[in-house]
Design a protein around this ligand. Structure first.
Ligand SMILES: Cc1cc2nc3c(=O)[nH]c(=O)nc-3n(C[C@H](O)[C@H](O)[C@H](O)COP(=O)(O)OP(=O)(O)OC[C@H]3O[C@@H](n4cnc5c(N)ncnc54)[C@H](O)[C@@H]3O)c2cc1C
Length: 440
């Protein structure tokens, strides 16, 4: 392709960035997608990797492979560290080089979000969050190691805290994790240990709010809570955690001894606002114009979890559908500008509804006035998630795994994958691995 063609740079190959890249597949331009991971990750199923239902390769695909047939698009593995909006270039650290400038005529920033510990970053050491494949594998190790350590421990007094799992945050991730953990301990592990009884494990879900799944209707929240309790999950609402340390958590003055605490509460946007010196909301998400561009920079688009945009007086939620629809919109708008066509009307999100799974064969679904819970909602959830998985091969593999698990109760990937040799202490090793696998 001639060098004189315009250059479109997309930062981030998640839901938003990938949708933008696909929308640009036919334009006469050099499209460059930069991501610090080599894979597109289907985050909604991360909890299934963390609870040994699926293996990492079933929920992620190489971005290079997904866009392999798109002739106008180049993929670069690199970490974007900043943007010079005046010079129109982004700075990228790659495997062996730092600060490489890549210039653009149009820029789409789709860098997503990371964990937020609400000002308590010291919690991270003891309560890993779930955002990447490395996080999911680290949590899986931690959970499985807790059972192994308890089985090897002669003193029954020490089994209690090893077999107590605390999840902080009762949004969709916390609820889905708690339900899946309950099925893991009550069904999959039930008969495999001799010294300990896995079904005696405590799973505690904590939230400072007064409902689980607070973004769903009250009736669906109540149905989800009831289902969790039926699965043996202790749901504690109305108090946040005051402290998290190596011995567990303190909630409302009470210490809960636990060697496995998982953070499923807050998210913080990427530093895109600082890179662009753009206006942000209180959480740090970039405020954009109705056409998703940054004020004063019609050539810079920001989309997905790292953006703040109101619709009908309410902020759009940080969900995959918003990111994908915004990605498609930004791609189409650039395409039209390049072809001197009139701009489309401002971006408008079409809400197809929300779903969350609670254990086996039960989900809640809310779409407009429709609110359903139970098996039917779970089937809809399964169909939608299969449809949105990146590639056909993943769809087939995940479908087969789900059917197998549904029929036999057997999990797909109950492996402790220790990247650093032998393991002697659950807490130290799990947190070490968590940190080390996140560092490229
Ligand atoms: C555990 C979990 C469960 C979820 N469940 C659901 C669900 O059931 N339904 C739903 O709709 N949504 C769900 N979400 C939210 C959904 O995944 C996000 O809303 C969506 O991923 C946002 O898309 P995005 O493109 O903005 O960011 P992402 O999909 O997060 O993509 C961001 C990309 O940018 C890359 N990146 C970040 N910074 C840089 C940098 N400096 N340089 C280079 N690359 C960079 C990242 O590697 C990543 O690939 C879930 C999220 C999580 C964490």
């Amino acid at each position: 392709m001639p060098d004189s063609l315009p250059r479109v740079v997309i930062v981030g190959g998640g839901f938003g960035g990938l949708a933008a890249a696909k929308a640009l597949r036919k334009i006469d331009a050099h499209v460059t997608l930069i991501d610090r991971q080599n894979h597109h990750l289907f985050q909604p199923l991360l909890y299934q990797v963390a609870t040994s239902v699926l293996s990492p390769g079933q929920i992620a695909s190489p971005i290079r492979e997904i866009l392999g047939k798109q002739r106008n698009t180049m993929v670069i593995l690199g970490d974007v560290t900043g943007v010079d909006a005046d010079r129109r270039c982004v700075f990228v650290d790659s495997v062996d080089r730092e600060g490489v400038a890549i210039s653009y005529d149009y820029l789409i920033v789709a860098t997503g979000a990371s964990h937020s510990y609400f000002g308590h970053d010291e919690f991270e050491r003891f309560a890993p969050g779930l955002k990447s494949l490395a996080d999911a594998v680290a949590i899986r190790n931690r959970v499985l190691l807790a059972f192994e350590q308890a089985e090897a421990e002669e003193d029954p007094q020490r089994h209690g805290d090893l077999l107590t799992f605390v999840l902080v945050g009762a949004g969709p991730t916390g609820v889905e994790m708690a339900g899946a953990l309950a099925i893991l301990v009550r069904q999959a592990l039930r008969s495999e240990f001799r010294r300990i009884d896995p079904t005696s494990a405590r799973i505690i879900l904590i939230d400072m709010g007064h409902r689980v799944l607070a973004t769903f209707s009250e009736a669906l929240s109540a149905a989800a809570k009831q289902r969790l309790e039926k699965l043996g999950v202790e749901v504690r609402l109305g108090h946040g955690v005051d402290r998290i340390d190596a011995d567990g958590v303190i909630v409302d003055g009470e210490r809960i001894a636990s060697k496995t605490v998982i953070w499923t509460a807050g998210v913080a946007p990427s530093p895109a606002g600082a890179w662009l010196k753009a206006a942000t909301d209180r959480a740090g998400r970039v405020r954009v114009q109705p056409d998703l561009t940054v004020t004063g920079h019609p050539e810079i688009f920001v989309i997905g979890d790292t953006v703040s945009l109101d619709q009908d007086g309410h902020p759009l939620p940080g969900v995959a559908q918003v990111a994908m629809q915004q990605g498609r919109y930004a791609g189409r708008l650039i395409d039209r500008r390049l072809r001197d066509k009139p701009a489309p009307p401002p971006f408008r999100y079409f809400d197809k509804g929300n779903m969350a799974v609670v254990g086996k064969g039960f989900a809640v679904l809310q779409s407009g006035r429709i609110a359903v819970s139970g098996l039917l909602a779970w089937m809809a959830w399964a169909a939608v998630h299969l449809e949105f998985l990146g590639q056909s091969s993943l769809r087939v593999s995940v479908f087969v795994q789900w059917v197998w698990m549904y029929l036999t109760g057997q999990r797909g990937a109950r492996l402790i994958v220790n990247h650093h040799g032998s393991v002697t202490n659950t807490h130290v090793s799990a947190s070490t691995e968590h940190q080390s696998v996140r560092t490229p």
